[in-house]
Write a protein that binds this ligand. Structure first.
Ligand code: SF4
Length: 94
């Protein structure tokens, strides 16, 4: 990934340089791993984020470009929830 000369490292509280930007594309997931989505919280009555509160593809791309220019990440990871739950995710990856 190309970044400008003025990019500076993003360092976490433990002094580690953050190399990858992780962007959550959805809060939804069908796997329901108990440590991540315990049944007592994510039961049938749980309401996931409404669509207007989810970043659009345009917003994700803009955010990614700004972060790469500023911090010079080596890569971007799309995460969730489960990223394949997001409609048309292949379009975003392209
Ligand atoms: S987001 Fe990941 S860890 Fe959480 S329930 Fe889904 S697959 Fe499991």
């Amino acid at each position: 990934m190309v970044h400008d000369e003025g990019a500076r490292d993003l360092v976490d509280p433990f002094g580690r340089v953050v190399r990858d930007l992780r962007i959550s594309v959805t809060d939804r997931c069908n796997f329901r791993c108990p440590y991540c989505m315990p049944a007592e919280v994510y039961g049938e009555r749980y309401r996931f984020l409404p669509k207007p509160e989810i970043l659009t593809f345009e917003e994700i791309e803009r955010l990614a470009r700004i972060c790469v220019e500023r911090f010079g990440f080596d890569g971007i990871r799309l995460t969730g929830g489960e990223p394949t739950m997001r409609a048309h995710i292949a379009t975003l990856v392209e």
